[in-house]
Ligand binder design. Structure first.
Ligand code: THU
Length: 160
């Protein structure tokens, strides 16, 4: 028996203005997308913006339903939109932001487990890491160099 350390490296930016200029632009797109979220039940709006290798930016936001489990997260709306509109085009970066009418979201909001799992499959298939940047409404922005660094011991198709 031995213990191992599973380490996830991340870069923390003090605010959006510290990000590289192009990434700031992508985060602003995510902020725009966030404004169009349909979240009347949680009142928690999430916006996602994907930068593809063909320079297209694909947006997503969370979409809820009165039948609560039928809703969908912003990140999966965005990745499935990208995969359906631009199949096979690699994803370079993903920017995520969240806000709430109930509380001030002043710390970074990472993608949920189901979104990490979904995104990981596209990262594995494209054989190139996806940079993830995530924040709340204000405050720090966290960057990870890949999706898989957010999902150690992940499940993938090789187990099937
Ligand atoms: N949500 C996302 O859009 N992305 C996440 O990664 C976490 C949660 C949405 C789902 C739901 O509409 C609301 O936020 C509250 O959970």
């Amino acid at each position: 028996m031995k213990k191992i350390d599973v380490v996830a490296a991340a870069t923390v930016y003090e605010s959006i203005s510290e990000l590289p200029t192009k990434v700031q632009g992508l985060m602003h797109k995510a902020i725009e997308a966030r404004a169009n979220a349909y979240a009347p039940y949680s009142k928690f709006n999430v916006g996602a913006a994907l930068l593809l290798e063909n320079n297209q930016v694909v947006l997503g936001n969370n979409q809820e339903s009165a039948a609560y489990p039928s809703g969908m997260c912003a990140e999966r709306v965005a990745i499935w939109k990208a995969a359906s509109e631009y199949p096979g085009v690699k994803v370079k970066q993903l920017a995520i932001t969240a806000s709430s009418s109930q509380t001030k979201v002043d710390r970074p909001v990472g993608p949920c487990g189901a979104c990490r799992q979904t995104l990981s499959e596209y990262e594995i298939n494209q054989k190139e890491p996806i940079e993830i940047y995530f924040m709340g409404e204000i405050g720090k922005v966290v960057k990870t160099d890949s999706l898989l660094s957010l999902l150690p011991f992940s499940f993938d198709s090789t187990y099937l």
